[in-house]
Design a protein around this ligand. Structure first.
Ligand SMILES: Cc1ncc(COP(=O)(O)O)c(C=O)c1O
Length: 256
């Protein structure tokens, strides 16, 4: 055997290019803001998740500089083994206060938060009911958990109810998983109704507020607040991933 085990890569890339599906990152030449400087052109950025403009906010930039000067640029290892700074705890308390939840746990990205949260809530003998348009991190978290995963039609409560009626009793725990603001279409899940079904069928609910935190609700706490569901039993993946990258370093520094 002298074939090249990597030869398939070029072939696949060729196919992707011929189908005009090839994508690669574009170089942006300016600081974060409503417009981007791309290949010498100034363009409005409709692809950003920096909804509140925090990534370029001078107060946060200065706080980030101060925080890294005092605490360094990294945690140096896993938090459970190497410990954490009071700064991390302060951030978690600030998030829990904003969300009016019992507590909060910080991850280094939204993707990891979904993987970690879902895999710690359900396992092999359990069931996940997942909106078909959920973000890929929710879908991959569901696979990683080892639970049986059933997709229900997008925002379709009748379809979800039918799947619960057919399957719920065959499993130990059940988790209903949904984006609150769907990342591709921008529509909202029907949270009060989902919570009603969860009560009826003894299920947990996990809602991904990545595109809702800071945007929806009177205090910016997200869709949970917008729908009047604050204080209900549910798990929220809270901060916008993109807000988060800024807040991770800077919010604690502002609190100091
Ligand atoms: C709904 C949703 N959840 C999770 C993520 C993942 O967040 P991150 O990019 O911080 O890993 C994204 C990414 O934008 C998202 O749109």
């Amino acid at each position: 055997m002298n074939s090249d085990p990597y030869a398939w890569i070029e072939k696949s890339l060729d196919t992707i290019r011929r189908a005009h599906w090839y994508r690669s990152p574009q170089k942006i030449d300016n600081c974060p803001g409503p417009t981007v400087q791309l290949a010498g052109r100034k363009l409005i950025n409709f692809a950003s998740n920096d909804y509140l403009g925090l990534a370029g906010d001078q107060r946060l930039i200065q706080a980030a500089i101060a925080a890294t000067q005092e605490f360094g640029t990294g945690a140096t290892g896993s938090r459970l083994i190497g410990g954490h700074r009071d700064l991390h705890r302060q951030l978690e308390k600030a998030i829990a206060k904003l969300k009016q939840t019992e507590d909060a746990l910080v991850f280094s990205s939204g993707y990891l938060a979904n993987l970690g949260a879902i895999a710690s809530l359900v396992g092999k003998r359990d069931l996940i009911l997942s909106d078909q348009y959920n973000h890929s991190s929710l879908k991959n978290g569901a696979v990683l958990s080892g639970a049986t995963v059933l997709d229900y039609s997008h925002c379709n409560l009748n379809n979800l109810t039918a799947k619960l009626e057919q399957n719920r009793t065959n499993y130990r725990k059940c988790l209903i998983v949904t984006d609150s603001v769907f990342s591709m279409d921008g529509d909202l899940c029907r949270l009060p109704q989902l919570l009603g079904l969860a009560r009826q069928f003894n299920c947990m609910v996990l809602v991904d507020e990545a595109h809702a935190t800071g945007v929806f609700g009177a205090s910016g706490a997200g869709c949970v607040e917008h729908f009047g569901c604050t204080g209900e039993a549910l798990i929220q993946v809270a901060l916008s991933a993109k807000l988060w990258e800024v807040w991770e370093v800077t919010l604690p520094a502002l609190l100091l």
